[in-house]
Design a protein around this ligand. Sequence first.
Ligand code: SAH
Length: 487
Amino acid sequence: MFLTITTTGTPERPATDLGYLLHKHPDKAQAFSTSYGTAHVLYPEAESGRCTAALLLEVDAVALVRRGKGKGRGGAPDAALAQYVNDRPYAASSLLAVALSSVFSSAMKGVCNARPELPGQARPLRVEVPALPARGGPDLVRKLFEPLGWAVTAEPVPLDTEFPDWGDSRYVSLVLEADALTLAEALRHLYVLLPVLDDAKHYWVAPDEVDKLLRVGEGWLPGHPEQRLITSRYLSRRWSLTRQATERLELVRLAEADDSEVEEIDNAVEAETEAEEKPTPLAVQRREAIVTALRQSGAARVLDLGCGQGQLVQTLLKDPAFTEIVGVDVSMRALTIASRRLKLDRMGERQASRVQLFQGSLAYTDVRLKGYDAAVLSEVIEHLDLPRLPALEYAVFGSARPRTVLVTTPNVEYNVRWESLPAGHVRHGDHRFEWTRAEFRAWAEAVAERHGYGVAFEPVGPDDPEVGPPTQMAVFTQTSPKEAKAA
Ligand code: SAH
């Protein structure tokens, strides 16, 4: 397996800086032992005008098979492994990606202690991979690399040059050229996309692969037109992992937005309520309304779905009526803040046994959500695109089916009462919609009807005679224990 990286330079910015960037001296040939064989790094050319680094991976096929058979992690599929041993020594693949990341790990992270200014500099780069297994052919290769700023030459490699009518193999000979990319960007693209094209990951996909993909894909994977295919292939089509990664990628923007959410609303409302001589911020009033409704329902085990930064979980913990409180959010960042807020790591054993936070998406059914007395969706539904709302509806009312469900959402009619809110604007940049009272009522009643619940509505905050309250809350109570059959 063979890959070269070439850059060109000038006397002021010599191409041999590549040696600093890769942390490998151009005058030396070096060998590194990796878990799959030996990786050699050498420089076929090293002039100030042009410098090429080559990575050659000698795969130890026997060790590979042994690894698979012996101490495979959590049941590595041996048969699948063995069948790939044949072409491994010659074809670039996910093994090459693994070698790239272990031999050039600092370069991939964009770290260069000796010359800290170098990693940030974009430069002309040329990458050559003479034999790349590419399921999907040259077309897919172009679709994957071109959006990232590469000019792509991908020639199919014939199965056998002596017998041209046998057709092409699944290998391409690949040349990538970019005028201005940083080396770190280039390595991250290769690290993800080589195994994607190979489409046959050789080892068991560990749960932390999702984190790795998100880390390495930062800055280029969200928004890539082939994001779905990349994610699903990278994670070897393991549906649950793919789903997680896709969700999380889609919500990267959201995760960034949600930090400011609570403060933003609180501040706006604080300003408003001061004028109205109501001293309590709306977010606090909302939590009070939720706690009251939960107590009235007699719930002890409560889910806070889309718990954000954990304010409600914190409030519920103070009330011994709630014996088990579970916060669920799709945003890892929100959960990290929640866990800090709750001081989960310093909590006494008894308190700690009452609370749990986990990551999950409400757009999918989740067995972990079954069997609770009540679920709260506080200011969550408006963060989902309308077409996804039925999925949330099914996950909560169809699958999890707690006895009580509380849903709060902004009442858009009230927005005119907010001086700080320009006309026609929603309250937060990430709100996909804000409903009138009639719209919310129509949705809630239909949901209740479909799933065997009754529903009542309560205002939260000052109930304006004309436009209603700033927050509207629906209290759903299960009327039939079985899920109503969808019509
Ligand atoms: N319930 C909190 C936070 C509301 S902000 C409160 O009342 O203050 C909305 C929260 O919903 C965010 O934390 C966001 O990450 C989360 N969220 C959005 N879509 C989600 C989904 N599909 N699954 C789970 N959580 C989601």
